[in-house]
Write a protein that binds this ligand. Structure first.
Ligand SMILES: CC(C)(COP(=O)(O)OP(=O)(O)OC[C@H]1O[C@@H](n2cnc3c(N)ncnc32)[C@H](O)[C@@H]1OP(=O)(O)O)[C@@H](O)C(=O)NCCC(=O)NCCS
Length: 171
């Protein structure tokens, strides 16, 4: 089940959201953090998401199993006057024990529907080159805009290329 969360849902699901972030970072994902992420940093991050949601510059969609939140994705809504048709897809995170079951794709489709419904018809995103996420995005019709070498560092200090992709949604 996929739900659009309200800002204060972050409080309700704070533990699961923090665990989701830890799990992704521990799995070596390139999502802005390096392991170990301490609890305060994780909570501060989700609180910053809550504030952005309150400011109506962020949407958070989450997938749930019978018990708890197991995956999430965000749309960062551009706020510049000339960019109100645009959003960045960020922090697509699926808990390791439920990956490869179509949840990431389902969340992306839900994010695209949500973007379309508010007139955000250009989606942009970036991801580490060669990660499973790149395969997912390309399989969903995202076009490669370019590649930046040495963009993000991993835990062992290696610098990795990032690819930037975009997709224009039919209205
Ligand atoms: C990337 C991620 C979100 C995919 O979630 P998921 O629920 O496992 O993805 P899905 O099951 O919907 O897979 C959809 C497609 O993505 C591709 N894919 C997903 N995982 C893959 C893997 N490990 N290897 C190769 N391709 C993969 C495949 O094309 C797959 O389609 P298929 O299963 O029909 O072959 C998940 O691996 C994840 O959370 N990774 C860590 C966080 C991260 O890197 N997020 C992206 C930040 S930009």
């Amino acid at each position: 089940m996929i739900q659009h969360l309200e800002p204060d849902d972050i409080f309700t699901h704070a533990d699961a959201l923090c665990r989701l972030l830890w799990d992704a970072v521990d799995s070596g994902a390139s999502v802005g953090f390096l392991p170990p992420v301490d609890p305060v940093t994780a909570l501060d991050y989700w609180n910053s998401v809550r504030i952005a949601m309150h400011e109506e510059s962020r949407l958070l969609l989450a997938a749930f199993d019978d018990v708890e939140l197991i995956a999430a994705v965000q749309l960062d809504l551009a706020t510049q006057a000339n960019a109100l048709h645009r959003a960045e897809v960020c922090k697509l995170l699926v808990r390791r024990d439920v990956r490869r079951r179509g949840i990431g794709r389902a969340l992306m489709l839900a994010a695209e529907d949500a973007a379309r419904s508010i007139g955000r018809t250009l989606l942009v995103l970036d991801t580490r080159k060669g990660d499973p996420s790149e395969g997912l995005y390309r399989s969903m019709g995202y076009t490669l805009a370019g590649e930046i070498p040495g963009y993000a560092r991993s835990a062992d200090g290696t610098l990795h290329s990032t690819v930037i992709l975009y997709k224009t949604l039919a209205g």
